[in-house]
Design a protein around this ligand. Sequence first.
Ligand code: NDP
Length: 297
Amino acid sequence: MTEVIDGNAVAADIRDGIADRVETLADAGVKPGLATVLMSEDPASETYVSMKQRDCEEVDMKGIHVELDPEAPASELYETIDELNDDDGVHGILVQLPLPDHVDEREVLRRIRPEKDVDGFHPENVGRLVAGNARFKPCTPHGIQRLFAAHDIETEGADAVVVGRSDIVGKPMANLLIQKAPQGNATVTVCHSRTDDLAARTRQADIVIAAAGMPEFIDGSMLQEGATVIDVGINRVESEDGSGTELVGDVEYDSAVEVAGAITPVPGGVGPMTRAMLLYNTLKAASLQTGVDIDLP
Ligand code: NDP
């Protein structure tokens, strides 16, 4: 019987633990603050940012939201980041990606103070992650590790295939999986658009992590019997009955669920975990910046 991994349930548990620790910080006079910066009119980005702000409210963190005109010069964004860096009430800064073409994304990521970089994308934080000394683990791969832990999915000694090599998901996921640490110790293959015979690789995997942004492109025929399948993809497609659009993952769920030992659905799998781990990183940032110990798991 395939285990369907309920990301909403695991994320709710994590949020409860976060809410308790927010109270501990409040007793010490600290309210964790997360600033989100949006420089885009992309409806998906707008939705992500508003969800992140709502998540903050739910655990009694302070949400600060800054919206910039996508046509504004890049300098406006840099100045906003500088102000947030200097604001003691802001412990975490998240600039929603993607950014307009005229803005240098790398400069933006470098400009956020590493101590406030709750996405974990600053080069210093990337380096620390690779060295096995992470300050902030990027939210999506961290959330996936928490799913493994919550569902007793053994990564040690497992053959894991990560499909996708982005800086946001694929690379940090692979880095975490190879570390000599809990939810690590896997043997990892990273695949991408130039990989030859992807199916031959995924069929050998005990764990497949699909993060390519290609709707339903991994199906049951590409999986080993009993594999754990983590579907990171969020793709909006025309619904089959023609009534509108729907969200699907990178995995063709109906055929994959017949073969997999465990699988995450879309929606309700990885997505809620990403959001919960952003709150976790903000909480950690507040604790590190104020020196108040909150016994983070
Ligand atoms: P990117 O577009 O940055 O990266 C996609 C990766 O997939 C690239 O490395 C690309 O290879 C690879 N790829 C593309 N086509 C193929 C193919 N046919 N075979 C093998 N590899 C392929 O995407 P992200 O990593 O940012 O996101 C991936 C997906 O996850 C998206 O659907 C996104 O919406 C979703 N997402 C979901 C989150 C969540 O919380 N659930 C969080 C973040 C993202 P190459 O490098 O060669 O181009």
